[in-house]
Design a protein around this ligand. Sequence first.
Ligand code: ADP
Ligand code: MG
Length: 291
Amino acid sequence: VIENLSDLEKLAVLGHGNGGTVYKVRHKLTMEVYALKIIRFGEDAGCAAKVQQQATHEGEILKLVDSRFVVRCYGVLDSALDDGGDMYFVMEYMGGGSLQDVLRTRRRLPETTISRVARSVLEGLRYLHGMQIVHRDIKPSNLLINGRGEVKIADFGVSRVVADTMEECDSCVGTCAYMSPERVDPERWDGDYSDGFAGDVWSLGVVVLECHVGRFPLIPPGQKADWATLVFAICLGEKMAMPESASPEFHDFVCRCLEKDWRKRGTVEELLHHPFVTRCSSGRLVVDNAF
Ligand code: ADP
Ligand code: MG
């Protein structure tokens, strides 16, 4: 158990996100390596207090999440709460970087690799949804890979709550590129909140298709991805960039995820039994090292 920020030694910067910076750190006593996410709060004191309160609450939930398909959060450092605003989350270190990094260097992935990614994400979603947690921000930068090539879901809860609250406070707007039609257009929303699980399946569909075509798949290359263009493509766009080389299983899997009507969309349970997912070597998560 890590109790103090001073027990950690910074080794490198792993990345920057909406809410703050992620460092690679080493616990001086055990020499164990972790990722430390620092979230900075805005200048607006009222907003910061609200965000902190919610983030602390989410931190408590996060510590209960224990699945090999979800990046672990070992703790939220309390001391951080006293010294004026920042919060520190100690997380499992994922040495292989994110799926976004992989897509930047490899552009396109073979279907066997994509099906393993899909399987891991679906297993992670099954776990989270079972805990009544809707992720709401499934995208390539939030799917992380460890040294063994295992893919895990990161960044639910805390970052999401922080981003949402900051959005309410009008200081930060995240991307809607991976959001489902019912989220970008609340008029379509006639379900109860617990049905928000279907939104995670949509996002997985976008990610999986992006891995196949090598670019964001919902708008044509070169077109500016502003809010209006994205919302139009998500809610009304008929043409998906389905590659000719795609197998029928892949095609069907993506169509089940990208069903615009969330009530008709594939469920996590259904998709875990989809031939595109079950055909990958059973149980094994390890993706080839070249990944
Ligand atoms: P975002 O998801 O918006 O890019 P984050 O703050 O969640 O921003 O993370 C920024 C980047 O830091 C990630 O995309 C990833 O490359 C890296 N990162 C985040 N968490 C970890 C982790 N637990 N282990 C290794 N790298 C991480
Ligand atoms: Mg992230």
